[in-house]
Design a protein around this ligand. Structure first.
Ligand SMILES: *Cc1c(COP(=O)(O)O)cnc(C)c1O
Length: 396
């Protein structure tokens, strides 16, 4: 068949350029030590920043949720799939970040990808008077949300407040929507949210903040980037994910109740999909308690100790660190082939670190994306430091 042959040729072309991606099958729960293809590895590649993905209390809560609610929700939220557990989760999430919003309300989603499609299309789609201003390094799900909204979109250069100010000042749009990650996934740095918010307030624009990597890890209570920067504004539309630091799955949007009601009424990625299993929402209630309580604080403090340890211990000359204070600690190698060799060499030593190439990152900035977790011990981080320092010399 020609159709199949064509796909095979395309795949071969990827393979020739060494761009084929391979999945590895994990035989253990997510954690600092994982079992992969019969080997025990020390993993520095998950987004389970607080080590909650295999937490005893959350596992029990998931079992309890299944006992109470069964497994499937059976329908979309607007038909019959909106179960008590979802309602409780949404109320809890609105409280969790509500100090930073006006008239806060929250809506839950099965994934962050869908939440981002929903929030951008919900705010903009079909509105001929809307324009979007999207940060250059935004996550793919935000980029896809912007595409799906089919309104005029401007991409502003990374963290370039002046460029954004110019674009906003030059826009006649009645509805302006600025969209940004709070913590950039591949670099680990924070967006200048206070300045972005000031610009949005000045130009009467929404500020949509994707806090996938900040929710649970930033702020004294783990409430995320808005708590970290002590922001509060009716212009804020907050998106947090629940499959990273929160250790479970799903996502939510929190904003003024009028925004949330709009998403419920208009947002196709919300309306036309089956609600997540309610047991998941039930388990998330326990996860949120842990994040906000002493255990969350202890885990965040330990994570910060590990970040400082890595910062102190790495002695790199050719490879470049990025100025990140978060759990995302990239080591930029630059060359694609050397990056892949470095990833493979670490793997040989039992250290699993993500090797990231273009187009996920800009050409010439291929990198090892080291992620730390509160589940790691400092001995484990010391092992990674030793391996990276030695490898930089060996690969020369
Ligand atoms: C992971 C991630 C998402 C998507 O969330 P999922 O729940 O994994 O679908 C969205 N935005 C950013 C910045 C992310 O890192």
């Amino acid at each position: 068949m020609d159709l199949i042959k064509k796909l095979q040729q395309q795949l071969q072309a990827l393979d020739d350029k060494q761009l084929i991606r391979k999945r590895r099958t994990v035989d253990s729960p997510c954690g600092p030590r994982v079992s992969v293809e019969g080997r025990e590895l020390l993993a520095f590649c998950s987004n389970d920043y607080l080590g909650l993905a295999n937490h005893r209390k959350i596992k029990l809560a998931l079992q309890e949720g299944a006992a109470i609610y069964g497994v499937g929700s059976g329908a979309s939220h607007l038909i019959s799939g909106h179960v008590r557990a979802h309602a409780m989760l949404e109320e809890r999430l609105a409280e969790f970040v509500g100090a930073h919003l006006e008239a806060p309300r929250a809506i839950s989603f099965s994934t962050g990808y869908m939440a981002n499609l929903a929030v951008i299309t919900g705010l903009a789609a079909g509105d001929k008077e809307a324009e979007i201003f999207s940060e250059e390094l935004n996550h793919a799900s935000l980029i896809d949300g912007v595409r799906l909204a089919r309104v005029k979109a401007h991409i502003y250069p990374h963290a370039d407040l002046e460029a954004l100010a110019k674009l906003l000042a030059g826009s006649q749009a009645a509805t302006k929507i600025v969209v940004t990650d709070s913590v950039f996934s591949m670099d680990g740095n924070l967006a200048p949210l206070p300045q972005l918010l000031a610009l949005c307030e000045q130009h009467n624009a929404w500020l949509v903040v994707d806090d996938a990597h900040g929710f649970g890890t930033l702020g004294e209570k783990g409430h995320g980037a808005l708590e970290h920067f002590s922001l509060r504004s009716p212009y804020l539309v907050y998106m947090g994910t629940l499959g990273k630091a929160a250790g479970v799955a799903g996502a939510f949007v929190a904003a003024h109740e009028a925004v949330i009601e709009t998403l419920i009424q208009k947002s196709r990625p919300y309306i036309f999909t089956t609600a997540a299993p309610p047991a998941m929402a039930h388990a998330l209630l326990t996860s949120l308690d842990l994040l906000e309580g002493d255990e969350g604080a202890t885990r965040r403090a330990h994570l910060q100790t590990l970040v400082a340890q890595l910062d102190d211990g790495l002695r790199l000359e050719r490879w470049r660190r990025l100025p990140s204070t978060t759990a995302i600690q990239p080591v930029v190698i630059g060359d694609n082939a050397e990056t892949m060799r470095a990833g493979a060499a670490l793997y040989q030593q039992g250290l699993w670190v993500g090797a990231i190439r273009p187009p996920t990152v800009a050409p010439g900035t291929a990198r090892l994306r080291v992620t730390l977790s509160a589940g790691h011990s400092s001995m484990e981080v010391a092992k990674l430091i030793g391996a990276l320092n030695a490898l930089e010399r060996d690969l020369k």
